[in-house]
Design a protein around this ligand. Structure first.
Ligand SMILES: Nc1nc2c(ncn2[C@@H]2O[C@H](COP(=O)(O)OP(=O)(O)OP(=O)(O)O)[C@@H](O)[C@H]2O)c(=O)[nH]1
Ligand SMILES: [Mg+2]
Ligand SMILES: [Zn+2]
Length: 301
């Protein structure tokens, strides 16, 4: 029997069967683990083979993953946690204010998605917040990301017309929602799927930070079969096992210039005749993107 894992709590799993029903299953004995360095063998989005023995479903095997998105288990370890697998598309949800999404967070997630070959769109949420600061930040974001090739949509999840537009973007895909705590991921799930009843919380007013309301990744299924995965607000999407000279391959505007650098393992810092640094000085590469590139480079070096 085949199914797709919709929720993983560590010892029990929810699995969607092909007939649309959802069952509880657990791991029985030892299963073949695909990723030796991951701390969790079975994740949301995994296709699994099930046995039904003594009135209980158990997961016998995890099918090969097309892709997955990971976070580091903690800073010093080489181990990582897989957040979800087999994703067709990711929505990076960001907010200009209440809570503000740091630029470093945006570029780190975009680079992770590039590394795992996951197509991505940015949903810039909370367009109803119109303080001067939020407005100018929003304008900057709306200008920067399309020049790199990313689709970015200025929306509010409280607005029905915007929700209808987002529904069209989801179409029949399996979409992962990512974003820092409080940007509105669970609000979007509730708007798309009113029966899902995901818990949402107001952003703390004293710190303008989210409250980490969602604690487990969970998959929901829409009317025409699309799937959508809510995730906890995650700070530390990991660049796991990445060679320093590969980091710029995950920044599309840098990738386009790499062939022109003098050295083919150029990391675009102090090397002579570097096209990336040249483009930075010409204003063709944004300083914030370059700084965030350096941050990831330092981390993997
Ligand atoms: N003003 C405004 N508030 C919004 C909008 N979308 C969501 N919110 C509010 O933002 C707050 C946080 O929303 P959640 O959906 O819980 O955020 P989350 O991303 O799921 O947060 P975590 O589960 O902690 O990662 C709630 O009070 C929502 O009502 C919007 O478009 N405009
Ligand atoms: Mg949530
Ligand atoms: Zn270079």
């Amino acid at each position: 029997m085949k199914g797709i894992v919709s929720k993983s709590t560590g010892s029990w799993y929810k699995v969607l069967l092909t007939d649309g029903s959802e069952v509880d299953a657990r791991l029985r004995g030892k299963i073949r683990t695909l990723e030796l360095k991951s701390t969790n063998p079975v994740v949301v989005g995994d296709e699994v083979l099930l046995d039904f023995v003594e009135e209980e479903y158990s997961i016998r095997e995890v099918c090969e993953r097309h892709n997955c998105i990971v976070r580091k288990s903690h800073n010093l370890s080489k181990q990582f946690q897989i957040i979800a697998a087999n994703i067709d598309h990711a929505f990076l949800i960001i907010s200009p204010a209440k809570p503000h999404t740091p630029m470093g967070f945006i570029d780190r997630f975009l680079a992770s998605a590039e590394a795992y070959h996951i197509p991505i769109s940015i949903l810039l949420n909370k367009k109803d917040l119109n303080s001067k600061k939020a407005e100018s930040h929003r304008e900057m974001l709306m200008e920067l990301y399309p020049t790199i090739g990313y689709d970015i949509y200025n929306v509010s999840f409280l607005n029905d017309a915007d929700i209808a537009k987002i529904k069209d973007l989801v179409a029949d895909k399996c979409v992962l929602l990512a974003g820092n705590s409080g940007v509105g991921k669970s609000t979007l799930i509730n708007a798309l799927l009113p029966d899902s009843n995901q818990k949402v919380s107001a952003v703390s007013t004293s710190y303008d930070k989210g409250r980490h309301t969602t604690t487990f990744a969970q998959m929901f299924v829409g009317a025409n079969g699309y799937r959508i995965i809510d995730t906890p607000g995650i700070k530390d999407f990991g660049m796991v096992d990445m060679q320093p000279s590969l980091v710029s391959h995950y920044f599309p505007e840098m990738r386009a210039l790499l062939a022109g650098c003098k050295f083919n393992d150029c990391v675009h810092t102090e090397e002579p005749e570097c096209k990336v640094v040249e483009a930075l000085h010409n204003g063709e590469i944004s300083p914030s993107r370059y700084v965030n590139y350096l941050g990831i480079l330092e981390e993997v070096s």
